[in-house]
Design a protein around this ligand. Structure first.
Ligand SMILES: Cc1cn([C@H]2C[C@H](O)[C@@H](COP(=O)(O)OP(=O)(O)O[C@H]3O[C@@H](C)C(=O)[C@@H](O)[C@H]3O)O2)c(=O)[nH]c1=O
Length: 181
């Protein structure tokens, strides 16, 4: 596994070794020991999630507050997404900055997102299967988020606004400046 730290401290890109033969492909999507050695710390994942999205679906930007803050290990099983991570850690030198990257079933790359980040992704293909591990359980009362097109974040989603599909909930998310962090 190749690991590279992104410009957001503690947020890593993980590229697995893949094995291809006449049957297809094999790779380890998660290996606890190697993963923890690579990031230099322990993470106790307690929930695995899968979402399936049509092309143009934008989910985000989400985080859970305080005691339910989640670190995530995200990965695309099928299709391609533009994955976006925003640093909302108070006092962080990269506060308000984002990192984005395409994740797909071709690059087979995962991103480790530490606690204190907001996360979202845009499905670039139909029937995207997005899979991720979380180190804190889902808690609806702790759910929070930031509006995907908050001008302060200046995220280029690389798709026409008219083609984006968002939930009612995500369209009503607040701006970064209005969050109580
Ligand atoms: C996230 C989540 C949702 N749900 C339920 C609540 C709701 O009825 C339905 C759909 O929820 P949402 O619309 O919040 O799903 P979604 O927009 O896919 O939410 C996810 O977005 C990405 C970007 C993330 O980073 C995740 O942490 C998560 O917030 O699933 C759970 O039961 N458990 C969970 O862990």
């Amino acid at each position: 596994m190749k690991i590279t730290e992104t410009p957001l401290k503690g947020c890593y890109i993980l590229e697995p070794i893949t094995y291809e033969d006449e049957r297809g492909v094999f790779y380890e999507s998660y290996h606890k020991d190697r993963f923890e050695r690579s990031i230099g710390g322990k993470v106790d994942f307690v929930q695995d999630n899968v979402s399936i999205s049509k092309k143009g679906v934008l989910r985000g930007l989400h985080y859970q507050k305080r005691d339910y803050a989640q670190a995530k290990l995200v990965h695309v099983v099928k299709g391609e997404v533009l994955d976006v991570i925003v640093d909302i850690r108070k006092g962080s030198p990269s506060f308000g900055k984002h990192f984005k990257m395409k994740l797909s079933d071709e690059n087979r790359t995962s991103i480790f997102i530490p606690k204190g980040m907001a996360h979202g992704f845009l499905a670039l293909t139909d029937h995207v299967i997005f899979s991720y591990k979380c180190d804190a359980i889902y808690n609806p009362k702790s759910e929070a988020g930031i509006l995907y097109n908050d001008p302060v974040l200046d995220i280029n989603w690389e798709m026409a606004e008219d083609d984006l599909i968002l939930s009612e909930k995500d369209l009503k998310l607040p701006l970064l400046k209005d969050l109580k962090l």
